[in-house]
Design a protein around this ligand. Structure first.
Ligand code: PMP
Length: 420
């Protein structure tokens, strides 16, 4: 199926793009958050209106049915990443998942004194490790990228070389939220495994775009957020290898995660419920499972469609000489971050917003990466399964116009300064 044939059918799965809405903007900000799958909204709405009850607490009919659906949702998530459903913990999102891991590790689980963090990591995959490093006196070492955020064979070899017996944790995204780079996590995690290091893979930007099979990745933990994969906000997943979840201490304590409680102590139930204290985000889990089932059904086509659209986007952007594009062109999902070295990039972004382009400008929660590249901010366009060539062409025309406006602004500024 070509991208042209496929785009309308997937686009029609999202009410956001219906006829009343389609002139609202050209939505190219899916890496920040995706639009919501209509089927997921309908499903959770019907459940909340007509079948709602809390889960794992009571056995009256609708409560049992709600528990069954919640556990079915867990199974959908497990199937989606080729995991065992007992190893799927529902969290509020990737941020909570990584905090849950970092706060739950005890010193006896760590076999080295270094935490390796990839240079392009999101703050969510840096800050929890800083806290762990402080708590257990560990060092943080950065796995660097080549110029402009490129990952290449030399980078790969260097990173592999850094994984040794002194490494306690390897923290790496499957896909960078700024650069779009797809990192070869299977080879990195395999090496980590050989050296008894714990690998934590942030799959937040991967799962909606490339097939994920945690069994093949050799990682110990894999985390992601529902709102970047056409599902609801406030729900996400922490997958952990069973032996890891067994040893990990629960950092969120309260109702439903216990076997027995006294005023002095408690004993926890087995994972995954050990990590799900409190009433969970039931509607979030059900909506996320719907999104997963949609992705599982269409991912093959989505990968091809987004790859074709990304090539088209790169081809058009490469012809614009005023901008510098960041990250890899191959082994990348549909994310392009860029900046114009000779323009005011903030005003460039504002001009694009005014032209109806929904993209992101700023540091993308990756300040260390931007600092290492010597820039303070950049613009990012990101594709979802609903985007088409028209969206890309509209953006590229708007960008050319905005750059031309910026050039005129700076001539006017110069004339104003010269005249003074
Ligand atoms: N990791 C990556 C790679 C991300 O892109 C994001 C969201 N921008 C996060 C982690 C954090 O996700 P959330 O805010 O949903 O917890």
């Amino acid at each position: 199926m070509t991208d042209k044939q496929n785009a309308p059918s997937l686009r029609s799965c999202f009410d956001f793009f219906d006829n009343n809405n389609q002139h609202l903007c050209t939505y190219l900000d899916s890496a920040a958050s995706t639009q919501k799958l209509s089927a997921a909204l309908d499903y959770t709405d019907a459940f909340a209106r007509h079948q709602y009850a809390s889960v794992h607490r009571s056995a009256y009919t609708i409560a049992s049915a709600a528990t069954a659906r919640y556990e079915e949702a867990r199974k959908s998530l497990a199937r989606f990443i080729n995991a065992n459903s007992d190893d799927i913990v529902f969290t509020s999102g990737a941020t909570e998942s990584i905090n849950m891991i970092a706060k739950g590790l005890s010193q006896s689980m760590l076999n080295g004194s270094t935490i390796l963090i990839v240079q392009s990591e999101h703050h969510a995959n840096i800050l929890p490790w800083q806290a762990l490093a402080e708590a257990f006196s560990l060092n943080i070492k950065v796995l660097p990228l080549a110029e402009n955020g490129v990952f290449n064979e030399q980078t790969h070899a260097h990173w592999l070389n850094e994984i040794n017996d002194d490494v306690a944790i390897l923290a790496c995204a499957h896909v960078s939220n700024v650069l779009g780079n797809i990192y070869p996590v299977a080879s990195l995690c395999k090496k980590a495994q050989e050296h008894n290091a714990i690998s934590v893979i942030d799959g937040t930007q991967a799962v909606a775009h490339i097939k994920t099979d945690v069994a093949a990745l050799h990682c110990d933990f894999y985390v992601f957020s529902g709102h970047k994969m056409y599902g609801p906000t406030g729900i996400g997943v922490c997958w952990g290898r069973a032996v890891m979840l067994e040893k990990l201490r629960p950092s969120k304590l309260g109702g439903e995660m216990v076997q027995a409680v006294s005023f002095e102590a408690y004993t926890a139930v087995a994972p995954p419920l050990k990590f799900e204290a409190g009433t969970p985000n039931i509607m979030g889990a059900l909506g996320l499972a719907q999104a997963c089932d949609f992705l599982a059904q269409h991912l093959h086509d989505i990968e091809r469609q987004e790859a074709a659209l990304y090539r088209h986007l790169c081809h058009k952007m490469q012809a614009i000489h005023e901008i510098t594009m960041l990250g890899n062109e191959s082994a990348s999902i549909g994310i392009v971050s860029f900046y114009a070295p000779n323009a005011d990039n903030h005003s460039l972004a504002l001009k694009l917003y005014q032209k109806g382009i929904a993209l992101r400008f700023g540091q993308h929660c990756a300040m260390p990466l931007l600092s290492s590249m010597g820039i303070s901010a950049c613009l990012r366009v990101s594709l979802g399964c609903y985007n088409n060539r028209e969206d890309v062409d509209t953006f590229v025309s708007a960008l050319k116009e905005a750059l031309a406006d910026s050039a005129e602004d700076s001539i006017e500024d110069k004339q104003y300064i010269d005249a003074r």
